[in-house]
Design a binder for this molecule. Structure first.
Ligand code: HEC
Ligand SMILES: [Cu+2]
Length: 320
């Protein structure tokens, strides 16, 4: 997660703006420092009239206090404006940029791939898969408080404001895995709001999407787990193809949980809190309030361990 290791054009431009600002500010600081030393070195005061004194003072105030800052700010603006422009979702010469929607929640990321021509949206969480080598428009918003979308190696960052949408265009030069992190303090678990970003070649990306877009078939042999899930979990969590009649929603809350349709194939749990491995989901279900205190999923102490383990084992089978 280093901005110094740019992996896309936006990040590269931002990197140079950063260096330009640092260089200019170092030069200004050095000049001020030298002038300051100079005031100590001068011995004898030349004889000047009050008028001359005033003229000299005015020259310094106008030159150093007005002209210099205006010139350096304009220079920086000329340098930085194209960088900002490059991140705007302007029309492209060839085709349209891929569009991915990202919604910030306390404290997880919802990622949506809108379906074209009436296809359904693909929804996942805490993992962002994008095509490499082409611009991608990220349409951002938040479901609760202000979060910020930031993939340091690709550029950004952009606030996600509830009730508003904003779009930032980023590109990954080649395929790879990048870290991302919410960049605006959003409550107790702000640090545990990581996003796993993967850039894939175009055809792999298409395949990844197609897999998730095709109808889901739930694995047989997990009847009890599914029943328990319907009773305790389905009010907050969606699983594609989950039988409607099992869903018990007797809770009055407005909490949304991550879509779990492809949870078995995800790299992490709880927005980066645990690596996904065998038994990890059952562990999360028993200890999530210790691993991520205050997170908005209620504790499940009232459900016996065996049931939680069953649910965990079933959820691990959920792959596209
Ligand atoms: C009141 C709503 C609610 C209920 C009920 C609920 N959850 Fe959650 N769940 C959440 C929220 C919110 C999160 C995100 C927590 C975070 O990472 O900050 C979450 C996270 C998870 C995750 C991690 C998802 C990820 O993307 O890493 C799993 C797995 C999960 N829940 C399973 C369950 C199971 C199984 C049950 C039932 C036993 C359940 N949940 C009941 C709201 C709920
Ligand atoms: Cu945050």
């Amino acid at each position: 997660m280093s901005t110094m290791d740019a992996a896309g054009p936006a990040a590269q431009d931002q990197f140079w703006v950063w260096w330009a600002m640092l260089t200019v500010s170092l030069i200004v600081a050095a000049v001020v420092f030298v002038l300051w030393l100079f005031t100590f070195r001068r011995r004898e005061q030349p004889q000047r009239t009050a008028r001359e004194e005033r003229r000299i003072m005015l020259r310094w105030v106008l030159g150093g206090g007005v002209a210099l800052p205006v010139a350096s700010i304009i220079a920086l603006l000329v340098f930085a404006a194209p960088t900002g422009r490059g991140m705007l979702p302007l029309p492209l010469a060839e085709g349209e940029a891929e569009r991915i929607e990202v919604v910030g929640h306390q404290w997880w990321w919802e990622v949506r791939y809108p379906g074209a021509n009436g296809e359904r949206d693909v929804v996942t969480a805490n993992r962002l898969v994008m095509p490499a080598g082409e611009p991608v428009d990220f349409r951002l918003t938040s479901a609760d408080v202000i979060h910020a979308f930031w993939i340091p190696r690709l550029g950004g960052k952009r606030d996600m404001v509830p009730g508003r949408h904003s779009t930032v265009r980023l590109e990954a030069e080649s395929s790879g895995v990048f870290g991302a992190q919410c960049a605006e303090y959003c409550g107790a678990q702000h640090t545990h709001m990581l996003l796993h970003v993967e850039a894939l070649e175009r055809d792999e990306f298409e395949a990844w999407l197609a897999e998730r877009r095709s109808p889901h078939q739930l694995r047989d042999g997990f009847d009890e787990a599914q029943e328990a899930f319907g009773e305790h979990c389905a009010a907050c969590h969606t699983v594609d193809g989950f039988p409607e009649e099992l869903i018990v929603d007797d809770m009055s809350h407005d909490i949304e949980g991550p879509d779990l349709s492809d949870i078995g194939s995800r790299p992490t749990l709880g927005a980066g809190v645990l690596p996904m491995e065998e038994g990890a989901i059952a562990y999360w279900l028993q200890h999530h309030q210790t691993l991520k205190p205050g997170n908005r999923m209620p504790p499940h102490n009232h459900i016996d361990t065996e049931t939680l383990e069953d649910i965990g084992a079933w959820l691990e089978t959920l792959e596209p």
